[in-house]
Design a protein around this ligand. Structure first.
Ligand SMILES: Nc1nc2c(ncn2[C@@H]2O[C@H](COP(=O)(O)OP(=O)(O)OP(=O)(O)O)[C@@H](O)[C@H]2O)c(=O)[nH]1
Ligand SMILES: [Mg+2]
Length: 533
């Protein structure tokens, strides 16, 4: 296959939504229908223990929520898919936002009983800014759902995006039978299978075919026919250009847990979603066919495999071909590095990969100098600046109650810090050696504690810190100038890991007051990305 053919068959996408809409469940069902797993590990299989391929972390299985994004690569119907399941909770959104820089399209999952929820709206906004094409899956139609027309209207009204229903639900809640595919003009009715582990048996036929109608009541059938006529009457057609520009979203209905409509979503997505495109950086366009290999690291994760206890840097390949053992330029260290340990990923399973193409996400092991946002390339002129930065809003001290285990505590914390989901700050002129952790949301601290214990055998104790706002000072500020600053009550000076000075404030008001009264010392709400000596 030529490089162009390899690129054309790649589909790299993320599944996003508000917590609990069913992303992980849908991911598992896409794997089932994509032939990547034989049996879907159902979330509901055992009451409090879930077994899905993408929620592999101990705490995810226990809580039944996603904490960290997961990469799943598999082949289906001639395509190579790189699928990323993301966490919905806002405390973990930093990870989700980074994933959005690495994908070419998203599937937005909506709980049809709830409609557009706040976190979906935020994620949608990021996709729109990046111009990422969005495909919508109206999930949980097996529960009493909102009227399908009202859901479409919500997409248009709340998100301001055009919505094109590719298929339409037949029945609703307990009477949900399947969907009508408007493009092929066929009814697809499904049978429920226990736990949704296997593909749902499906009957396909024309709208008026009595064999396909299942248990649909006359009233429901009449309603479906009427709605379909209305849609036809509106005369809208599928507009590929508008979808690729992120101006219109194809809408699919179904139920992930019951496997209804999953195949139609998968096939529809593959048909209409884009292959990897050029990326623009600093006004220069880098086409995927560019002969130079290039990519950027968007995620780091330690201890994915308890057998190995190492850290993986996830890189999204953007141009050229990756060959194992190749030597590349590493942007952060400005050194040449040889990439010998490369893996394709499937949840927490990995397998050595010898080559990769634009669109692929691969895992690199054994490079402690790699950080989030770094570019790896054979052409040092290429430098990606894709990774967004975040302002922490939660602060807490992390104590080590067991001095005998200081080494495990420190090593564990350092490795988790490298993953970039928490930051450590150090108070200036303080004898306190306890790290002050900063994160987007407090749940992240619980994750750190749990992982320190389960992955490093280190106990820890959290202590609330009195600040809620952090601002970065100019990087060229001198120590004497820091001494001379007059801070509002309760505010403290501290340093981040790059030794950049910051001010911790008790609240927004106090930060604003400082800004007003110290016009010569501009503060930044976003972390600076330099390291001071
Ligand atoms: N009734 C019904 N329940 C569903 C459906 N899909 C998922 N669920 C349930 O919804 C709950 C949440 O599902 P998940 O797949 O974990 O949701 P998620 O979006 O991945 O959640 P986070 O990753 O934590 O944001 C689970 O209890 C699922 O069994 C569906 O089609 N119908
Ligand atoms: Mg999930």
């Amino acid at each position: 296959m030529t490089i162009t053919e390899e690129i054309q068959r790649r589909r790299t996408f993320a599944i996003i939504s508000h917590p609990d809409a069913g992303k992980t469940t849908l991911t598992e069902k896409l794997l089932l229908y994509g032939g990547a797993v034989q049996l879907a590990g159902s979330v509901t299989a055992r009451k409090n223990q879930r077994a899905t391929t993408s929620d592999w972390m101990e705490l995810e299985k226990k809580r039944g929520i996603s904490i960290s994004s997961t990469v799943l690569q598999f082949d289906y119907d001639g395509y190579r898919l790189n699928l990323l399941d993301t966490p919905g909770h806002k405390d973990f959104s930093e990870d989700t936002y980074r994933v959005l820089t690495a994908v070419d399209a998203v599937v937005m999952v909506i709980d049809s009983a709830r409609g557009i929820e706040p976190q979906t709206r935020k994620l949608f906004e990021v996709c729109r800014q990046r111009g990422v094409p969005i495909f919508t899956f109206m999930n949980k139609c097996d529960r009493p759902m909102k009227e399908p027309l009202a859901l479409l209207d919500e997409l248009e009204r709340v998100l301001g995006i055009g919505a094109f229903p590719v298929n339409w639900p037949i029945g609703n809640g307990a009477d949900f039978q399947g969907v009508y595919d408007r493009q092929t003009k066929t009814m697809h009715t499904f049978e429920r299978v226990v736990g949704g582990k296997y593909r749902a048996p499906e009957t396909v036929g024309g709208l008026h075919d009595p064999a396909v109608r299942g248990n649909l009541s006359e009233a429901d059938f009449a309603k479906t026919v009427e709605e379909l006529e209305m849609l036809e009457h509106a005369g809208e057609i599928f507009d590929d250009a508008a979808v690729l520009a992120g101006k219109s979203t194809p809408v699919f209905f179904g139920s992930g847990v019951n496997n209804f409509g999953v195949q139609l979503l998968l096939d529809g997505f593959l048909k209409h979603s884009p292959a990897p495109k050029s990326r623009v950086m600093g006004g220069i366009e880098i086409a995927p066919e560019n002969p130079a290999f290039s990519g950027f690291i968007f995620k780091i994760q330690a201890n994915m495999d308890p057998k190995h206890r190492d850290r993986i840097a996830f890189i999204r390949v953007c141009s050229g071909k990756f060959d194992r053992d190749m030597t590349v330029h590493h942007s952060r260290s400005e050194k040449k590095v040889r990439l010998s340990s490369s893996h394709k990923l499937f949840g927490n399973e990995r397998e050595t990969v010898d080559e990769a193409y634009p669109g692929d996400v691969i895992g690199l092991v054994g490079h402690d100098s790699f950080g989030i946002g770094d570019t790896l390339t054979t052409d040092p002129k290429i430098l990606y600046k894709e990774i967004p930065r975040f302002t922490p809003e939660a602060f807490s001290y992390l104590h080590n109650p067991n001095t005998g285990k200081y080494k495990q505590f420190r090593q564990g914390l350092d490795q988790l810090l490298q993953e970039g989901v928490i930051q450590a700050l150090y108070l200036r002129n303080s004898s306190i050696k306890t790290p002050l952790l900063a994160a987007v949301g407090p749940l992240q601290f619980e994750v750190v504690q749990f992982r320190l214990e389960s992955e490093y055998g280190a106990e820890s104790r959290l202590e609330a810190a009195p600040w809620s706002v952090v601002r970065w000072l100019p990087t060229d500020i001198k120590e004497e100038e820091l001494d001379a600053l007059s801070l509002p009550t309760g505010a403290r000076l501290a340093y981040d890991v790059g030794k950049n000075p910051v001010i911790l404030f008790q609240n927004e008001w106090s930060a604003n007051y400082f800004g007003e009264t110290n016009k010569n010392t501009p503060l930044s709400a976003l972390p600076v990305q330099t390291t001071r000596e």
